[in-house]
Design a protein around this ligand. Structure first.
Ligand SMILES: Cc1cc2nc3c(=O)[nH]c(=O)nc-3n(C[C@H](O)[C@H](O)[C@H](O)COP(=O)(O)OP(=O)(O)OC[C@H]3O[C@@H](n4cnc5c(N)ncnc54)[C@H](O)[C@@H]3O)c2cc1C
Length: 448
């Protein structure tokens, strides 16, 4: 049922003995359209053993804030409900995943661990630590990418133009519909989660955070997708760079937390009765650009620092390191949106207030951080800090790739040389003015 090439055996042990299957749900926090869950059920049913789904909540995590935990936990409430509807056991563990998951495996005497693929360093470290602590087989399923990251390319891709043909030729094999969730043949019921303890663990006990602009959970994610297809997909090609037009899908928080499957989105968009140019333009972002970001983070361990840039970009930064900066700001001035540029400040405020900055402005925002900091290293540090702290969709390969593109020319090419930027592509306010009504955008953000 689940294509074998989606699955990687990431330790030496074999799946031989009888015993439950544990699916450690981490990046893909959904029940529907989830290849990792389908694989866990398939393996469990083959031996007529139970399947346990577990999520290990860890705090602190990559600068995640109360609103991120609120969004995540609201989503897990619906995972719990949907698991129950399908007769699948779901538990939340609190603490460092290598310890909690290995303990859970011992407690239920599991025979197989299934996890979902994630290219970020912290997740790979956890998996290595976990593999040292367990003796059962550990199978990792790429449930996030349409074409599994390791299959689409075995190496770091230079740019979208090298990646695009590789992914496009594999789409007929991988871009297929999901089977429905099979009946679990050996049922088991976990103790219901102690939600009060869970919320307390991340400091949300008496203090629920209202996430204003995005309702969390699989059902809301599907509803957001339907709204986008019905109302905004037509015109996406022309409107996606206009922050006043509501021209983007707004799906990135759902995709980031894995509440929505990109494969499901791609199938629904492909079927939609809208102009081809809009579908193609959207699928380019959803498939090529998004999965290129996973390629970047998986094959480049320095995805979040200047040493991860191409040689030409590192050289141009060295040449322009001492160029005079007209403005420089400490992190706190950026964070409080107190630069001299009211467009930059509005973009920063949009992110702080809504949990998401418009995609076009994200490029402008990060490039200005390069222009107004003391070094590219500091620019990377500030941009990642702010993006991960304030964006609901932050702490994501797309964020690290987007920031590296803006500050370090990753997946881009060399441009005409300018002060501070060197050969890194430059952006300015006039470019924004050509795309949208800058003053109207600023007024809109301040009125939120
Ligand atoms: C400096 C900078 C920081 C960024 N930080 C993040 C981040 O933290 N998280 C994040 O998900 N994206 C990030 N992006 C990429 C992109 O801006 C967002 O994915 C997009 O704006 C999300 O809004 P949407 O879902 O409405 O996008 P739509 O235009 O509706 O696109 C649909 C989906 O396609 C994917 N996508 C769109 N544009 C890109 C892109 N340029 N690169 C990779 N995938 C893309 C996303 O998964 C997105 O949800 C960043 C880009 C830059 C330049």
């Amino acid at each position: 049922m689940v294509d074998k090439t989606r699955v990687t055996h990431i330790n030496e042990a074999e799946h031989k003995q009888l015993g439950p299957v544990v699916y450690w749900m981490s990046r893909d926090q959904r029940v529907n359209s989830n290849w990792a869950l389908l694989y866990a059920i398939e393996k469990a049913n083959e031996k007529n053993v139970p399947v346990y789904v577990v999520f290990s909540l860890f705090n602190p995590f990559l600068n995640a804030q109360p609103k991120h935990f609120q969004f995540l936990l609201n989503g897990l409430l619906s995972v719990e409900r949907l698991c129950k509807e399908h007769g699948i056991s779901f538990s939340i563990l609190l603490g460092h995943p290598p310890s909690t998951i290995s303990q859970f495996i011992a407690d239920v005497d599991a025979s197989l661990l299934v996890s979902d693929f994630d290219p970020l360093r912290i997740k790979r470290q956890w998996k290595n630590q976990l593999n040292n602590a367990i003796r059962i087989a550990h199978h990792e399923v790429d449930a996030h990418n349409i074409v599994p990251c390791r299959i689409v390319s075995p190496k770091l891709e230079y740019a979208a133009y090298t990646f695009r043909p590789k992914i496009t030729k594999r789409l007929p094999i991988y871009l297929v519909g999901f089977p429905s969730i099979p009946l679990v043949t050996s049922k088991v019921y976990a103790k219901p989660a102690d939600w009060q303890a869970v919320f307390e663990y991340v400091g949300l006990n008496n203090n629920p955070v209202h996430v204003d602009y995005f309702n969390s959970g699989e059902d809301f994610a599907i509803a957001a997708l339907e709204r986008f297809i019905n109302s905004n997909l037509t015109g996406y090609n022309k409107q996606r760079n206009n922050p006043l037009a509501n021209g983007q899908s707004g799906l990135s928080p759902y995709l980031h937390f894995g509440q929505l499957s990109a494969q499901h989105v791609a199938i629904e968009v492909t079927r939609a009765n809208v102009p081809t140019e809009d579908k193609s333009s959207f699928l380019e972002e959803l498939i090529v650009r998004r999965e290129l970001s996973d390629n970047f983070c998986y094959y480049n361990p320095d995805y979040d620092s200047t040493s991860g840039f191409h040689r030409w970009a590192q050289d141009t930064h060295s040449t322009h390191r001492l160029d005079e900066r007209e403005y420089t700001y400490p992190l706190s001035e950026f964070e409080q949106a107190r630069t001299h540029d009211n467009l930059w400040n509005a973009a920063q405020l949009e992110m702080v207030k809504t949990g998401k900055m418009h995609g076009y402005l994200r490029m402008y925002w990060a490039k200005k951080i390069l222009e107004w900091t003391l070094s590219p290293e500091q620019a990377m540090e500030f941009a990642i800090h702010l993006n991960d702290k304030y964006s609901l969709d932050g702490r994501d390969p797309n964020g690290y790739a987007g920031i590296a593109w803006s500050i370090g020319g990753v997946h881009d090419r060399a441009w005409a040389t300018r002060p501070v930027f060197g050969k890194i592509r430059y952006m300015n306010r006039n470019g924004c003015k050509r795309k949208f009504d800058v003053e109207a955008y600023i007024a809109t953000v301040y009125s939120l």
